[in-house]
Design a binder for this molecule. Sequence first.
Ligand SMILES: [Mg+2]
Length: 259
Amino acid sequence: MTNLQDMYDIATRLRKELITKHMETGMAHIGSDLSCLNVLLTLYAKVMGENDKFILSKGHAALALYSVLHYVGILKDDIYSTLGQDGSLLGEHPLYGIDGLEFATGSLGHGLPLAAGMALAKKMSSEGGFIYVLLSDGECQEGSTLEAMNFIARERLDNLICAIDSNLWQAYDRTLFQIDKVRGVFGAAGWEDIRVIDGRKFEDIYNALADGNRNGPRLVISKSIMALGVKSMEDQLEWHYRPPTREQAERFIREIEEG
Ligand SMILES: [Mg+2]
């Protein structure tokens, strides 16, 4: 199993890889990939076991998920290398049929209700393991997210862990759901185990996601930022949709290497 300290180096490598992949394919959403990469990497490399399942509700961060699935060996080289090509399984949003994925996602607000159903089904069949789901902060505005939030609290689904990638942006603007509001809304619905963590720190992410001491659903709000880890890209609207040019990609990679 990957050592927590080593995760920083692995994440740095994956950040460079993502910049290159976005440049080569012209795919969007690099800012979102980078903001949630650390959570995805921790889940797949350190936290999840055989009976656990994960849903990427913010499906537009698909490339970050592919890079992590490839790193842990679930996504094989021959598939990963087709990224962005005509006919490839790997597009800008996850498709059903990709190894390691449960659902096609990308229509925002679907992940938490899906996770609720999966977690309830696990409990009804006395099956062990946990359901992990990662939402964007913007998805907290979706009615389906809020309905699922209430249902999960009422059913006390203690096998469900919801992480929110709090990168402070939603498409072209700041999201209305900043950290205090997210905490307040979920808290009012009856979620008691709410943790706000530093999304830069693998120790924080691991401790919040892996802690087995649960007696209800858990919400983990990961304090992040758009394009986390590349200083000159961070918190800038343009990186929600724009892929970098070759010149920009080379500059960002140099910047990462120079620390
Ligand atoms: Mg966001």
